[in-house]
Design a protein around this ligand. Structure first.
Ligand SMILES: [Zn+2]
Length: 396
């Protein structure tokens, strides 16, 4: 991570605090910021002037205070002041988005990418090239492209910042530095499930949230008290490898009966094979997802049964997460969400049946489309625009 090694000054920290307030409580008045932060009004006026000069903040009219006299002027984020690039590297394809500072997608591209035999060096080249091409598509803005975030199906070790992608046979890959060296803006990388959690938490202003990512496998991320929980090695949220059946199917991780063997793209494909359909697919790739979504929507009984089975097993694991972490919201992301009508009711019914009091306040919902690449973009917003050691550095 390209961090500024000098400690931030008090003024920088205060400015970041004010900006975070405007980001999360938009639109908000100067006096309300003072009330929420305890900073005095003179300091806030000064910092807000700096933020307006930087182009990040705009005045957006006034709110009736109900009191006689002048109504306070409200402040908002200038959401199109700059753009961020979010990349999601999946096992078989790559999705890229350009978002504004509110995570709204301005451009999207998707392509197959076979990285099975690539080294860290060649993947570095591919990513740098891809990001350079995407950056050319960014709309004009005063701050331009602020940075790029990369969501990976692997581990970013907390102590070294180096990535390991076991699906690609890549270990000890210094991704942020090696890709960032070839670009004119900083690069941040995180596990795909962590990116989804960061994005959904930032854009929903949710402080206690679990994100489940359904792709080829099943990943996730945990936000508690507004912070991503990475764990001692950086693998917190790897729910796919929690055991559902000790005597179950063997998993790629070496254990038996992992949850992702029963609830993932690959598991859905197996349920369909059990129904003697989808034989033309051997792996849960992008074509398979599109085919499965299309077919289940066309009232295929076999597909409906397979999706229901998939939903049931998802529900069992989700109920476990609800009981152990008691989040406000569990958000499910991934391409299969387009067919959520065929598995979400099953999840909710399993969660309700296994209901402990802890689950009663937990909502299970689907994520926005492209939650993971948008989350990669949110990683940039957090680490650049909103960065502060004091306020909600959800991924630092
Ligand atoms: Zn496993």
């Amino acid at each position: 991570m390209f961090t500024n090694i000098d400690a931030p000054t008090m003024r920088e920290m205060n400015r970041s605090t004010v900006l975070n307030m405007i980001y999360h409580y938009d639109p908000i008045s100067r006096s309300e910021i003072s009330r929420k932060t305890g900073l005095n009004k003179t300091t806030i006026s000064y910092l807000v002037d700096e933020l307006i000069d930087s182009g990040l903040v705009v005045e957006t009219g006034s709110e009736s205070s109900g009191q006689p006299g002048r109504n306070p002027i409200l402040l908002s984020i200038n959401k199109d002041a700059g753009h961020c690039i979010g990349i999601h590297l999946e096992v078989t394809f790559l999705t890229a988005v350009i978002t504004n500072l509110r995570g709204e997608v301005k451009f999207k591209s998707e392509r197959d990418l076979d990285v099975a035999d690539m080294s860290g060096d060649s993947l570095t080249e591919v990513l740098a090239q891809e990001i350079n091409l995407i950056a050319d598509q960014a709309p004009e803005s005063s701050l331009g492209v602020i940075g790029a975030g990369i969501a990976l199906p692997g581990i970013i070790y907390s102590d070294t910042g180096r990535a390991e992608l076991s699906n690609y046979g890549i270990a000890d890959w210094n991704i942020e530095e090696s890709v960032g060296r070839q670009l004119p803006f900083p690069v941040y990388a995180a596990n795909d499930g962590h990116c989804g959690a960061i994005g959904e938490s930032l854009l929903r202003h949710a402080k206690d949230l679990v994100f489940i990512y359904l792709g080829y496998g099943l990943g996730g991320g945990i936000i508690l008290d507004g912070q991503i929980r990475k764990g001692v090695r950086g693998v917190a949220g790897s729910f796919g490898h929690t055991t559902l059946y000790p005597m179950g199917i063997q998993c790629s991780c070496g254990n038996y009966g992992c949850w992702e063997q029963y609830a993932s793209g690959q598991a859905l494909l197996r349920y369909l094979h059990d129904e003697r359909v989808a034989d033309e697919f051997q792996t849960a790739n992008r074509d398979f997802f599109q085919h499965a979504i299309h077919t289940v929507k066309n009232h295929s009984e076999k597909y409906e049964r397979a999706f229901k089975m998939f939903g049931r097993y998802l529900g069992i694991g989700i109920a476990n997460i609800g009981s152990s972490l008691n989040p406000e919201t569990i958000v499910i992301g991934g391409a299969l969400n387009e067919a959520a009508d065929f598995f979400l009711p099953e999840i909710i019914s399993v969660v309700e049946r296994s209901l402990s009091w802890a689950n009663q306040l937990t909502n299970v919902i689907t994520a926005r489309q492209d939650a993971v690449p948008i989350g990669a973009s949110a990683l940039v917003i957090l680490n650049t625009v909103l960065r502060s050691p004091l306020v909600n550095p959800a991924y630092a």
